[in-house]
Structures are given as structure tokens and as C-alpha cells.
Design a protein around this ligand. Structure first.
Ligand code: R5P
Length: 303
């Protein structure tokens, strides 16, 4: 039997949700959300969900715990109301950096999130440029999509770059920088980054022999949170007399005054996707999700 697909999203994600719904000829079910004075969320999906294929679109950016709670509520409501299947598209997946026990006693919190999603009987999880794809070892169908081609194509067509160099702030992000540079037809360099396991302080270093003078730089990272990684990286690059420095990332958390700090540090422009909608989200992820869903619809709607 063919079930009807419905897209469930809060207002903040309606720009992406509407495009997905248009392409799939699906109905949008908007969610009424109330946040009480004590911080509790209450959701209302006042629509018939029974026997529907539900696609929930919801990022878990700050306030991370509140957004996760809202996600859990939406999944639970779909199950309670007899959904045929539930797929959660979580463009930004919070807690992804808590994927290891860095010091004795630390909880690997992403595993707990996985357990909750399993308990809630989520059928499919779709996310984008998660910090460590290996951390998605949940007992459900998961996929980590890459926004790098979309970011790189933006750089190629919208930025006026002269022989740019693509920079990864650490070895862990080298594969992203390489994928990006391939689309631009240029080279990459990776810095060496270390983070104090107790204080979280970051230090970065760069091989001495590289000549970067007058080059345009694109720093590519999965996310900008406090901006410390980017500031340290740009300090080193500026000491090598580079030209413009662009920062392109999938997830721009940009906590507190991070955007201003980056501008004051001489960053020419910050460009991110709309995994977290804000003033810097210039690269739309709708096509990424639509391409994935339409190519792999069987997995999106599979139990
Ligand atoms: C870390 O390995 C990530 O790839 C990012 O570089 C990091 O999480 C960014 O955080 P922040 O902006 O706080 O330095």
C-alpha cells in the first residue's frame, strides 16, 4: 500500500521543508511550539499522522538540549499517532563532538542520544557533515551527507578568487578540504591542531616551507563554535602574508560574539549552509536533501 509522505518542521526550518515538500508533492505539517518560562517545550502537531511516512526536519543547535527534547517529542508524537515510518533529517547534530572519552570518567554522550533515538523507534536518521561519521553506530538506518560540493560550488561561482588555497585547520578535516579543492581545481594545506583535553584550549601550527604570500585562502571546517580554531588558524596564515581569508563551514554555531571576533580578526567573509539558519547561511541545503530523498526514497520510507 502506498502511504502519504508528510514533512514535519518548526517555523525556523520551513524554507527547506517547503522546498522538499514541493518536490515530493508532500504535505507540510507545521508544529505549534510553546516554550514556557521555565524552559520546557510543548509541541502540538494537530494533524492526522496515522499511516503516514513522516519526515521530521529539525536541527539540534543551541540550545542543544532543548532542540533535542523537541526532536524526541516530535518522533514520539508520530509514533503515538500511528505513523507508518519516521525519518529524521537532523542537519546539525548536537553532541557529535562528544564521540570519545577524552579523559577518564567522561560519558560518550552521542551514544546516549543514539540509545534514545533507538528507544523512540526512529527508522532513519539523515544528517550532514557530522563531526565523526563513525560515531553514528546506532541501531537504525543512518546516513551522513556532505555539503562540501554545495559550499565549493558557491565559492567557485560567487567568490572572486585568485589562485585560492583551501586550508583545513586540522588533519581530521583534510578529507573535506581535499573534496572542496578538487571542485575548485586547486591545492590544499592542513594545519596541525591540538586541543588541551582539560581546558579545551586550541593550538595550531603550519609547516614552515609553504609559500602562501598573496594567496586567497578558504578555510574549510565542519563547524565554527567559539571561533578559536579559525582565529588561531588565521593568525598563522596572516603571518605568511596571505591575501583574503574566507571561512566556509557547514554548521555556523557562532556562539555569542564569535562572528564579530572573526571579523575583527580580519576574516573577509564567513559563509555557511543553512543547517542552522542565521545571517551567514548563504548555501541552501534543500537540494542536498531533495537529491538524497528522491534517489533513495526506498530507504527513507523503509521500516
Ligand atoms: C573540531 O575538530 C572541529 O572540526 C572544529 O574545528 C571545532 O569544533 C570548531 O570549534 P571552535 O570554533 O570552538 O574552535
Amino acid at each position: 500500500m502506498q502511504h502519504e509522505i508528510v514533512i514535519i518542521a518548526l517555523d525556523e526550518h520551513l524554507p527547506i521543508a517547503n522546498k522538499i515538500a514541493d518536490r515530493l508533492s508532500a504535505k507540510i505539517l507545521s508544529v505549534d511550539l510553546r516554550i514556557f518560562n521555565d524552559g520546557e517545550s510543548k509541541i502540538n502537531i494537530n494533524n492526522n499522522i496515522e499511516d503516514k511516512y513522516c519526515i521530521i526536519l529539525h536541527s539540534t543547535h543551541p540550545p542543544v538540549d532543548q532542540h533535542f527534547m523537541q526532536l524526541f517529542m516530535m518522533i514520539h508524537k508520530c509514533n503515538q499517532d500511528g505513523a507508518a515510518n519516521i525519518c529524521a533529517i537532523i542537519p546539525y547534530f548536537g553532541y557529535a563532538r562528544q564521540d570519545k572519552s577524552f579523559i577518564p570518567g567522561e560519558l560518550v554522550t552521542i551514544d546516549l542520544i543514539g540509545k534514545i533515538l533507538e528507544y523512540l523507534k526512529l527508522n532513519k536518521l539523515v544528517t550532514v557533515d557530522i563531526h565523526n561519521p563513525d560515531s553514528l553506530k546506532f541501531k537504525m538506518n543512518t546516513i551522513n551527507l556532505s555539503a562540501i560540493p554545495y559550499l565549493a560550488n558557491y565559492a567557485l561561482h560567487k567568490l572572486n578568487l585568485d589562485y585560492p588555497i583551501v586550508v583545513s585547520p586540522d588533519k581530521g578535516g583534510e578529507h573535506r578540504a581535499k573534496e572542496f579543492a578538487k571542485i575548485l581545481g586547486t591545492e590544499t594545506i592542513s594545519l596541525l591542531k591540538s586541543r588541551d583535553k582539560h581546558t579545551g584550549n586550541v593550538s595550531v601550527s603550519l609547516q614552515d616551507s609553504l609559500i602562501l604570500s598573496k594567496k586567497d585562502i578558504i578555510i574549510v571546517d565542519d563547524m565554527i563554535s567559539t571561533g578559536n580554531t579559525i582565529i588561531k588558524t588565521s593568525e598563522i596564515l596572516k603571518s605568511r602574508d596571505v591575501n583574503k581569508i574566507y571561512v566556509m563551514c557547514t554548521h555556523a554555531l557562532l556562539l555569542n560574539d564569535t562572528a564579530t571576533k572573526l571579523q575583527n580578526a580580519g576574516i573577509t567573509e564567513i559563509i555557511s549552509t543553512n543547517s542552522i539558519p542565521n545571517n551567514f547561511s548563504k548555501v541552501d541545503l534543500s537540494e542536498l536533501f531533495i537529491n538524497y530523498i528522491t534517489k533513495d526514497i526506498d530507504s527513507v520510507i523503509a521500516k
